[in-house]
Design a protein around this ligand. Structure first.
Ligand SMILES: [Zn+2]
Length: 176
């Protein structure tokens, strides 16, 4: 990745230290490669930005639904795209972000179990907030069918956190 391909800092960071709408949209679209290092980690740690990311994911979901609802007159020969019941990719991305952002704090908080759980809880809460935003919007009639997905996502977060913590302890015990 060349530096030229990344967004310039003034497009990414607001004056108050939070991410801009542009950066959040890029994250929600999975285009984190164009963001400078630290942007994704900030979202995972910052409640304000992670909430905003959830909203952004919801907006792109709605945009996607509107586009899918259009009659495919211009490309009648092509099969209609399958309906996506949930912004799984957006939620999965928020999830990955959370794990990514929580991981350093899990490690640095190696002395305190409570801090580790706090980081883990924050990671989970990002996913819950994203799911809640989707559910509360009423945009998805069959969203209840997605509950297993959200549960699975939470389990993955916890699993990643536990695996990371264990891995760190093992490497410490290994004399590193
Ligand atoms: Zn922030």
């Amino acid at each position: 990745m060349q530096e030229d391909d990344k967004l310039s800092p003034e497009l990414v960071w607001q004056a108050d230290g939070h991410l801009t709408e542009i950066a959040l949209t890029a994250l929600g679209d999975g285009e984190d490669a164009i963001l400078p290092d630290g942007a994704a980690a900030h979202v995972a740690r910052c409640p304000s930005c992670s909430t905003a990311l959830g909203r952004t994911a919801l907006l792109s979901l709605r945009a996607g639904e509107v586009m899918r609802a259009q009659p495919a007159s211009s490309c009648a020969g092509e099969p209609a795209p399958a309906r996506v019941p949930l912004p799984i990719s957006a939620i999965a991305f928020a999830l990955a972000l959370s794990a990514l952002g929580a991981a350093p704090s899990l490690v640095s908080g190696a002395g305190g179990l409570r801090e580790r759980w706090a980081a883990l809880w924050h990671a989970c809460s990002v996913v819950v907030r994203t799911g809640w935003a989707v559910a509360g919007s009423g945009a998805l009639s069959g969203w209840l069918t997605a509950l297993p997905w959200i549960s699975a996502a939470l389990l993955v977060v916890v699993g990643v956190g536990v695996a990371w913590t264990r891995g760190k302890q093992l490497s410490l015990n290994g004399g590193m």
